[in-house]
Design a protein. Structure first.
Length: 259
């Protein structure tokens, strides 16, 4: 911004002289007007514009070694209070589609397999599962037995524990500590890939030969894990609330079902 200078001119003027009582009356001679004295112009003082200070750019981890990025990513994953996981993974020959939101003390979401879909909820070490009728009918060849199971459960949540050998494995997918925090262990040496935008996030890839973990270059948080046809995306960090247990009227104890 250019400097602005102000010039001030001060003009002075004396009034007429007062007549003396003893003086002979004469035609008064007007006193000459005082010559205005111009105040010399002040040297303009420039108003200096403060240099603009750009905010520091967010630091990027893309320049670090693959090992250091992985260490930061593992720490960022464990530090997150919550996250959403969505995608499809394989468990042996079984293919599962996941959409779960997990916190440090619980989680909930849906799991879909070839046998049918289910809702899952975890609070602490207690798990609640609600299987579709299709799932139950796929578990037995007897229509009468399947009908009996469906009628007994009547759309309620089955309460069990994370350690249950029959249903606990499903509950693991809704546990941050048991599933999300342990996902990022490489199976071999890790190498960086070229950076690219993944799910709308600037990311750097870490490949171990079996798959690639895409990492947010600004936060070191996992963005997407890819391995062959399997892929899981991670979003909604620190935005998920811990679920509340369903009302007791909507719950049946797994022990009553012999589970």
């Amino acid at each position: 911004m250019g400097a602005i200078a102000f010039m001030a001119l001060v003009a002075g003027c004396s009034g007429p002289k007062a007549a003396s009582d003893d003086a002979v009356e004469t035609t008064p001679t007007p006193a000459p007007a005082a010559t205005p004295k111009a105040t010399p112009s002040a040297t303009p003082t420039p108003i200096l514009e403060k240099p603009s200070i750009a905010p520091p750019a967010a630091s990027s981890i893309a320049g670090l070694s693959a090992a250091k990025i992985l260490t930061k990513t593992q720490a960022a994953a464990k530090a997150a209070t919550s996250v959403r996981m969505k995608g499809a993974v394989s468990d042996g020959k079984e293919r599962m589609a996941l959409d779960v939101r997990v916190t440090k003390s619980g989680g909930q979401g849906s799991i879909t397999t070839s046998d049918g879909g289910m809702s899952v909820m975890v609070i602490g070490k207690t798990a609640y599962l609600k299987m579709s009728n299709k799932f139950w009918r796929s578990q037995t060849k007897s229509k009468a037995e399947a009908d009996a199971i469906v009628g007994l459960i009547a759309g309620r949540w089955i309460r069990t524990t994370m350690s249950d050998k029959d249903l606990g494995n499903f509950a693991l997918f809704a546990s941050k500590a048991e599933f999300f925090d342990t996902l990022f262990e490489p199976s071999g040496s890790v190498r960086k890939t070229a950076p690219k935008t993944v799910d709308g996030v600037p990311a750097i890839g870490l490949g171990d030969g079996d798959g690639t973990l895409w990492v947010d270059t600004a936060t070191a948080r996992p963005v997407r894990l890819e391995s062959g046809a399997d892929a899981l995306s991670f979003s909604e960090y620190n935005q998920v609330t811990t679920p509340k247990a369903p009302p007791s009227s909507q719950v049946i104890d797994g022990k009553a079902l012999g589970m």
